[in-house]
Ligand binder design. Sequence first.
Ligand code: 13P
Ligand code: SF4
Length: 372
Amino acid sequence: MLRLQSPLPDRYSDATGLELDQWIKAAKNTLGDRLFILGHHYQRDDVIQWADARGDSFRLSVLAQDNPDADYIVFCGVHFMAESADILTADHQSVVLPDLNAGCSMADMADIDEVEEAWDALATVVDIERVMPITYMNSAANLKAFVGRHGGAVCTSTNARAVLDWALTPDPETGESRADQVLFFPDQHLGRNTGFTMGYDESDMRIWDPRMERGGLSEADCKDATFLLWKGHCSVHQRFRPEHIAAFRQQYPDGKIVAHPECARDVCELADSVGSTDHIIRYVEAAPEGSVIGVATEIHLVQRLDKETDGVKVVSLDPLICPCSTMNRIDRQHLAWVLENLVDGKVVNQITVEPAVTAEAKLALDLMLQIT
Ligand code: 13P
Ligand code: SF4
């Protein structure tokens, strides 16, 4: 997806780290309670230090909604998160993304035309009223709107299980479920890993490849699958392999492994625990003194956990460190630039979701918050 970030004025690109810190601090002081800076756990240290609150994508969406007094929500994260914040915040609040090119390659793997096409193709072979669309938070606002329009919900890695249970598990009183099938996009791995924790297996799942006719599936496949999993993935989490786990276990026989559910099934199967970034943090915090924990997630969080957790050694499972390049686009230069503009009364890089999309996407986001 094309997003255009104009080059920064020289004042910012030529500044020293010390100057940037001073400018950010001064702008924060001037803006006071009118400003609320949110930081995703994958942000760099020199950015996250300025966040008023840190969190995973679920917590940040709740926090955005729970801060109605701030006029400006500066979102140090990626585009889909800022869009969700704009949907959940009041009209008088402006959401700002410091670098417009901070997207998410996984979110870009599903677009509205492909999803509409998939829906229409499925409708020719299955009872579409019994298919629930579920979108991962990592998706564009118009996909969340699509889901809202069709009675489905958004999920994050924190609540994917609850949302999928809501869709598929029969009500104990009526014996009826809301749906027989889910179309889950864009991350196949989160869908698959969550399905396994619910007791389903590979035979209940099919991959929907948007580049192929009817997703590359036969009519029978479309009918048989409980989970139709969009062929999307996170390039950061897909790097982790079972070989990394084997190497870690050899080096640290008493060590424990915690993985993000965007990792492939064969990695999650071998991990001691699987969960969102918040889950990973709690897992490390609960580890006994002297533990070694191997973590399969983005490197900034892994390194920060190692630094901030006394008595526990936290290592990345992948020795070839791979940051999320789009999260990494948010830097102090861009943060200082947006904040100084706010001080001057100019809102740059505002993320605005159009009202019609907001209304439908909010249905799907509110449903997620209700279920959770
Ligand atoms: P969380 O929901 O754990 O914050 O994950 C978001 C994300 O982009 C992970 O790659
Ligand atoms: Fe997207 Fe992966 Fe980066 Fe998360 S880590 S923002 S899923 S590219």
